[in-house]
Design a binder for this molecule. Structure first.
Ligand code: GTP
Ligand code: MG
Length: 440
């Protein structure tokens, strides 16, 4: 496949710019600019300067006025920046205007996030999803690249036969590239459709087994994957054979009351997550939408913790998962100074209004409380009682062991008296074997 852009692997000295529009919260803009610094550094690009540009009016051409734009240009030259990264989302035309003005490559927040996603994608599905989002992002921007070529050809007056010829070639090339890009987009969409079908088959299989599911969601870097590793560690190997067909990020664990729980790690959320990415990652994030409940991991040591919590809720609402039962994990408590810890947790707890579990995943603290909180989240899903199962139905007894918690087994002639905690759906199926005396 052809490459649309060669950036940003070539750039080394980035200047970061955030245009603060009237009505924007300056404090929040600053926090996002700091976050952009993390994101850009993550791509291995050096940062030479950070600018928060406040503008009184919104202008279509540069977003800010031409005077401010000129200041940005001077700052970029002074810093010898070889690229300018905007924290704002730029329309393709604005990106072109900025590039024309500053004469270095101009990138926006969305492009940075797309590049990070591309770097992180491991599974085939994730790779396809990112590629799709990148193609869709690039399509309206493709003219930009060829406009550069045209200018160079025309401006120098020499080279390959002058401006006219080069422009014609440029235009033809854009058409060919656009057609190729559209064909590629269609083909990825088709492949993704296939993957989605497989995923839904796997999910139906899980539903049939009646195993409850929880999705771990939260702002990027909150500690979601670490949490899954911590709580699933003991069970990963033991359960691997049964669930070999599951996605690598789903693990089966056993809760203190014996119920199994399938835990799924999800992609990290971020402020202003490009809508395109939410759209393309919907199938992965569907795991969150369809889970019985959510575990939201929050980095409690981050001063922006509450804002991150709210951002995650916003993305969940966009996915249609706003009303899911949720428990919050306030992670990284080890990073909060001892004397502040209690008050930070108290303030956050009051603000989120859902059950919370303080944890330090690196210190392996709090996992037991989280497991108990999970039991509470599922309390309506299980039934504990005794069943009289004929020994000839060893398949049922095996299923009880597999999908529930068997508390005790006694034998009475040709029957087994099995006391177990089972998912409601399973309990209903074998209700005819239940011993009189009701639930306990
Ligand atoms: N100090 C401290 N660091 C932690 C804790 N939990 C996780 N981390 C660190 O935080 C970083 C991010 O952890 P991850 O588990 O990758 O976070 P994530 O939420 O999965 O991140 P994304 O997949 O990028 O969304 C890692 O460097 C972890 O070692 C904790 O309790 N305390
Ligand atoms: Mg992760």
């Amino acid at each position: 496949m052809f490459e649309i852009r060669e950036k940003p692997s070539m750039v080394e000295r980035a200047m970061l710019v955030s245009i603060c529009l009237p009505g924007d919260n300056v404090h929040e803009k600053q926090a996002m600019l700091d976050e952009l610094e993390d994101l850009v550094s993550n791509l291995g690009i050096g940062i030479v300067r950070k600018e928060l540009v406040r503008t009184r009016d919104v202008h279509a051409k540069f977003l800010c006025g031409t005077g401010k734009a000129e200041e940005v240009r001077m700052a970029a030259i002074a810093a010898e920046a070889d690229c300018v990264v905007f924290d704002n989302m730029l329309a393709p035309s604005q990106q072109r205007e900025w590039e024309r003005l500053i004469d270095v490559c101009v990138i926006d927040r969305e492009e940075i996030i797309l590049d990070i996603f591309a770097k992180r994608a491991r599974t085939r599905e994730a790779t396809m999803q990112v590629e799709l989002a990148r193609m869709q992002y690039s399509l309206p921007r493709m003219a930009r690249m060829w406009a550069h070529l045209d200018r160079q050809g025309g401006g120098s007056g020499g080279g390959k036969g002058g401006g006219g010829a080069s422009r014609g070639e440029g235009e033809k090339q854009i058409e060919v590239d656009r057609r190729l890009a559209r064909a590629r987009i269609e083909s990825i969409q088709k492949d993704l459709e296939e993957v989605r079908k497989q995923r839904s088959t796997q999910r139906k299989e899980r539903e049939r087994q009646g195993v409850p599911t929880a999705a771990i969601v939260g702002y990027t870097n909150a500690g979601k994957s670490s949490l899954l590793r911590l709580v699933a560690e003991a069970d990963v190997l033991a359960q691997n054979i049964l669930f070999a067909t599951l996605d690598t990020t789903t693990r089966k664990i056993e809760l203190p009351d014996g119920q199994p729980l399938l835990l799924t790690d999800t992609v990290g959320f971020i402020r202003n997550l490009p809508h395109r990415l939410v759209e393309t990652f919907k199938s992965t994030l569907e795991e969150a939408v369809l889970a019985d409940f959510l575990i939201q991991v929050v980095d409690a040591s981050d001063p922006e913790a509450l804002r991150h919590f709210e951002t995650t809720l916003e993305v969940l609402a966009e996915l249609g998962a706003a009303d899911k039962p949720m428990v919050a994990v306030f992670n990284k408590t080890d990073l909060i100074p001892d004397e502040e810890r209690a008050s930070v947790i108290e303030t956050l707890t009051a603000a989120v209004g859902i059950p919370v579990v303080p944890m330090s995943v690196v210190r392996e603290q709090g996992a037991d409380s989280l497991m108990n909180a999970c039991v509470d989240m599922l309390s309506h899903r299980v039934v504990s009682r005794t069943y009289r199962i004929p020994l000839s139905r060893s398949d049922i007894i095996a299923a009880m062991h597999r999908d529930g918690k068997v508390v005790s087994t006694e034998y009475d002639g040709n029957d087994a008296l099995v006391t177990a905690t089972l998912p409601k759906s399973f309990a209903q199926k074998i209700a005819s074997y239940a011993e009189p005396g009701g639930e306990h």
